[in-house]
Design a protein around this ligand. Structure first.
Ligand code: HEC
Length: 162
């Protein structure tokens, strides 16, 4: 897990990264050839993991335009609470992801899932004290975990689900 946590910080607005992540996530429909495990992963990723990540990433970062800088961080209690809540849920989801149902007993998978939980905890801690830079850094770390697991495991059908 340390390797994941030591990954470099991301120097771009998280929303931009999110767009990249979301786009690279789409795959062509493969008809009905996909095994049930892959179907389950699609649903879990789209409905749980990606949705929660959006809740977090939409509320962090800076947007630079010719007119200057705009912040995406929350400006009221409800906004910060939304980040805390999403991070809480992401921690729960990461535990589910680490479970046998999704890990299929693969040790690296469990490590990445736990890394997701660690990053979500950091997001939560930072959001509780409303530390914008720390929220941003933790959100970047979370993105690195998504990316690492996708690089390792996401083969669309090449993954042996037995
Ligand atoms: C423990 C491993 C793991 C982690 C961590 C992980 N993913 Fe995934 N994700 C996968 C796998 C495997 C697939 C591909 C499933 C498949 O074969 O279609 C996937 C697919 C996706 C997809 C595409 C779903 C589709 O319909 O094609 C999205 C979007 C996604 N992940 C978002 C995220 C985000 C956002 C994060 C981090 C907050 C994340 N994932 C973290 C394993 C992971």
């Amino acid at each position: 897990m340390n390797q994941i946590l030591r990954s470099g910080l991301i120097g771009l607005a998280a929303t931009a990264l999110l767009t990249v992540g979301a786009c690279s996530g789409s795959s062509e429909a493969k008809g009905d050839e996909e095994p049930q495990f892959v179907e389950d992963m699609h649903d879990f990723m789209n409905e749980e993991v990606d949705t929660l990540a959006d809740e977090i990433w939409e509320r962090q970062g800076w947007v630079l335009t010719a007119k200057g800088e705009t912040k995406l961080f929350p400006t009221d209690d409800a906004g910060w609470q939304a980040v805390v809540d999403a991070a809480d849920e992401m921690m729960a989801v990461s535990e589910e992801l680490a479970s046998e149902k999704y890990s299929l007993g693969e040790a690296d998978w469990v490590t990445y899932s736990e890394g997701l939980g660690v990053a979500a905890q950091q997001v939560k801690d930072a959001a509780l004290v409303r530390d914008e830079q720390a929220v941003f850094d933790a959100g970047g770390l979370m993105y690195q975990v998504c990316l690492s697991c996708h690089e390792r495991f996401r083969t669309y059908g090449g993954y042996e689900a037995e």
